[in-house]
Design a protein around this ligand. Structure first.
Ligand SMILES: [Zn+2]
Length: 86
């Protein structure tokens, strides 16, 4: 007997119904990308499951916060290097 594996939204923990149209997001720090639900990709590691536009917005703001965090760290390093040189 095939075990049904239900998917949950990674942001609001909604359970996916058979007819729901969801999205997948490859966990990529350099670019924000959404792909249409694809059964093969949904089972792979490294993909977030997103149920709705509002959850996609949450994913985007989280990704943007992470991206600007990286910029801040880079800037800090430069400041530090400059301080050491002087
Ligand atoms: Zn959701």
């Amino acid at each position: 007997m095939k075990v049904q594996c239900p998917y949950r939204c990674d942001y609001c923990h909604n359970l996916k119904g058979a007819t729901n149209h969801w999205w997948l997001r490859p966990q990529d720090a350099d670019q924000f990308m959404l792909v249409r639900w694809n059964q093969t990709l949904a089972d792979q590691e490294g993909y977030e499951h997103i149920c709705s536009e509002s959850c996609a917005a949450k994913a985007l703001s989280q990704w943007m916060a992470q991206a600007s965090g990286n910029l801040v760290r880079t800037a800090d390093k430069h400041t530090f290097a400059a301080t050491v040189t002087h």
